[in-house]
Design a protein. Structure first.
Length: 707
């Protein structure tokens, strides 16, 4: 959810009488006056007289434990306190300038002490309009409460690394906030390609950044370059919100050592490391309108979030209208549940940044880091996710591994060339992961030069739905890659499948070369099972390939169904080649050009009867209602038509539940039709229980009867 920054609510007193204090005792004895700070003196332990206004005017008050006693500090860009001064309570009556504690805009002097004093002593701060400040020291802030800074167009820059640790992996952040909720907006942070660890955030309730530009962060090996790092114990810290809107993060780089799987070369725009989850966890991370580019290194990502796998909770990440480009490992890595990514533009890196294949992960990656546990509820819609124009795409664009609940729709998934990678990857190539997938729905997307790929560790727990998508391929390079198809696995063994691939439209412009394209489905040797390919259209232009529907180097048996498909621009005869021993895939009502039935090379087609439901599925009936069996009809080219045999569950409308009714038929040649089912849901009638002492309540639309 959007977040609004806080502002002071105190109304200053209307005072006209002024005085110029020369010592701390003057501050103690002049209530209801304006103190013009022209002189310098120590005020350790002093309590100011009531109802004063402090007007900075070149003097400097030093000392510790100064009790302002609700005095109001005027909002002017002049010093009034030493950077070593401390207050007895956090000041919150006005938005003070960081000049109040001695910062100077526009010179080369280190302003770290003045910035630290402002953060430690004041709730609200600002800076000189479009000013420039230097911060060359790491700082840790541990107070409770809020620090809110309207940077007023100012820049804070690093000009020296002399005070930073350049050997330890993850210490010495420029701003390290523990417990303090923070707000920064309308400003800029520049690392000047000298240093790269900017914000470390842990223990706070709220974080807010708006219209902030972070750039030119750099760290030598082995340390990390990170713009914003979170380490949050969600429940115990009381974490509620993290909001980033209209920010820019660019040119973040960490040197590495050539090993892409160790702690060197780590660079991130945002790194959320979350722990301490429960089923009652509730927080909101909201990113909108941010632009991130040139995040480079051996493990470089615009956004990385991890924590909470295996727990159904209410914490959520929402990314809306984001723009991420040129991140050399991934754009996003989500190892968290409840993610919404929408209306965003994500583009892979330029060829000039590619070193080798070890460098690259899937560009938009969703997976669990806890073995045999899911992350849940991933919603991705209205995005453009693509390789860069006129450049290679170096790995898969989107992946899902160990996820329960994906709704991926209305996205443009694009590669400039046809490559050896999928637009969407299902499962993992790494043995740590099981590839468990459940409730996966990929629909109404447009794919260009890419499709869907099943990897080595791939364990669907139910049917994966790939429906109503457009897949478009165009020959744009000397090589199509190896053995292309819309739905494919390059695994040479094992079992893949469990996919409903329905109502998709496929256009393939083969150009002058079609030898590597295999139509809708390809396997390098893995057995394909339980896959329904139904009501799809494949259209070829220029040339038709030798295997226009599919090439299976492994088994493709009768648990698979090809039904109501059409090939345009190629014949259906021998459109499928199967090298495996089991070639018994069920094919019905599917044709190529000239009404040629789609067949498997070397296999005589089987004319099976086709069963059609009478009525619809699913059917919903109120408990106690009546279920009328409408049946199903079979048609056969030789036997004619008839009523299918009804089987499966007996529907008992007195018991709430889901019932599966089956319909079967075998023709006179012993050819069995593909079983058709109807789902019948018996639902509770929702009649309210009687209220003791009142009687029964009957409800009809817009009327309440007390009987």
């Amino acid at each position: 959810m959007p977040y609004s920054p806080n502002n002071p609510t105190f109304t200053p007193p209307t005072l006209t009488e002024t005085y110029i204090p020369t010592s701390a005792s003057d501050l103690e004895s002049n209530p209801n006056k304006i103190a013009i700070i022209t002189n310098s003196f120590d005020a350790t332990g002093v309590t100011l007289a009531s109802d004063q206004i402090i007007r900075p005017n070149g003097g400097v008050i030093s000392g510790t434990n100064i009790n302002l006693n609700d005095a109001y500090i005027e909002e002017v860009a002049q010093q009034a306190f030493s950077p070593s001064a401390t207050f007895t309570a956090v000041y919150d009556k006005s938005r003070v300038y960081i000049e109040l504690f001695g910062a100077t805009s526009g010179d080369s002097t280190d302003d770290s002490d003045a910035i630290d004093a402002t953060i430690n002593n004041c709730e609200f701060a600002t800076a000189t309009l479009n000013g420039r400040y230097v911060k060359n020291k790491p700082s840790n802030y541990t107070r409770n409460g809020l620090f809110s800074c309207d940077m007023n167009g100012a820049e804070i820059e690093i000009t020296s690394t002399a005070n930073f640790n350049l050997t330890q992996v993850s210490t010495d952040y420029v701003f390290d906030f523990t417990n303090t909720s923070i707000e920064f907006y309308n400003g800029e942070f520049d690392g000047n390609d000298l240093y790269g660890r900017l914000f470390f955030l842990h223990g706070q309730k709220d974080v807010y950044f708006d219209n902030v530009h972070v750039h030119n962060l750099y760290c030598p090996s082995p340390i990390r370059a990170i713009a914003f790092r979170f380490s949050v114990s969600v429940d115990s810290d009381g974490f509620e919100t993290s909001t980033f809107t209209d920010c820019i993060i660019n040119n973040v780089h960490a040197d590495g050592n050539g090993n892409y799987n160790d702690t060197d070369g780590v660079s991130k725009g945002w790194w959320y490391s979350l722990s301490d989850f429960s089923t009652s966890t509730n927080f909101s991370v909201y990113h909108s309108g941010n632009v991130v580019y040139n995040i480079t290194g051996e493990d470089a990502e615009a956004l990385y979030a991890i924590g909470g796998a295996g727990i159904l909770h209410n914490g959520n990440f929402e990314l809306d209208n984001e723009d991420y480009r040129n991140c050399t490992r991934r754009a996003t890595k989500f190892c968290v549940s409840n993610v919404t990514l929408k209306n965003s533009y994500i583009e892979e890196m330029d060829d000039s940044l590619f070193v080798n294949s070890q460098q690259v992960g899937t560009m938009v990656d969703f997976f669990s880091t806890i073995q045999d546990e899911y992350i849940y509820n991933i919603n991705v819609f209205n995005n453009t996710i693509k390789g860069k124009d006129n450049n290679d795409t170096h790995y898969q664009l989107v992946s899902f591994t160990d996820v329960d609940g994906v709704d991926f729709y209305n996205n443009n998934v694009e590669m400039f060339y046809v490559e050896n990678y999928g637009g969407i990857r299902l499962g993992s190539g790494t043995s740590f992961y099981t590839g468990n997938l459940k409730n996966i729905n990929i629909h109404d997307n447009t794919f260009k030069n890419c499709g869907v790929e099943m990897l080595t560790y791939y364990t669907p727990k139910d049917q994966i739905q790939i429906t109503d998508n457009d897949f478009n391929y165009a020959y744009t390079s000397p090589n199509w890659g190896s053995n292309q198809a819309v739905l494919r696995t390059t695994r040479t063994s094992g079992v893949k499948g469990n996919i409903n691939f329905k109502r998709n439209t496929i256009f393939i412009n083969t150009g002058s070369s079609s030898s590597f394209f295999n139509g809708l489905i390809y396997s390098s040797g893995a057995e394909i099972i339980n896959t329904i390919i139904e009501s799809n259209t494949i259209t070829y232009s220029n040339n038709s390939p030798g295997r226009p529907f599919g090439y299976l180097m492994g088994d493709f048996g009768n648990t698979n169904l090809i039904n109501d498909n059409t090939i345009v621009g190629a014949n259906g005869t021998d459109a499928i080649v199967i090298d495996g021993s089991d070639k018994s895939v069920v094919i019905q009502n599917s044709y190529g050009d000239n009404s040629t039935p789609i067949t498997v090379e070397g296999v005589s087609p089987i004319n099976r009867p086709i069963i059609t439901l009478n009525g619809s599925t699913p059917v919903e009936i109120t408990q106690g209602g009546t279920y009328t069996e409408l049946g199903a009809t079979w048609t056969d080219t030789e036997d004619g038509t008839g009523n299918a045999t009804v089987g499966g569950d007996t529907v008992d409308t007195s018991i709430v539940g889901t019932y599966i009714v089956t319909y079967n038929h075998t023709d006179t040649d012993s050819n069995a039709a593909v079983q058709v089912t109807r789902t019948v849901n018996v639902v509770a009638n929702n009649v309210p229980e009687p209220i003791p002492g009142v009687g029964n309540i009957g409800i009809t639309p817009n009327v309440l009867y007390i009987i």
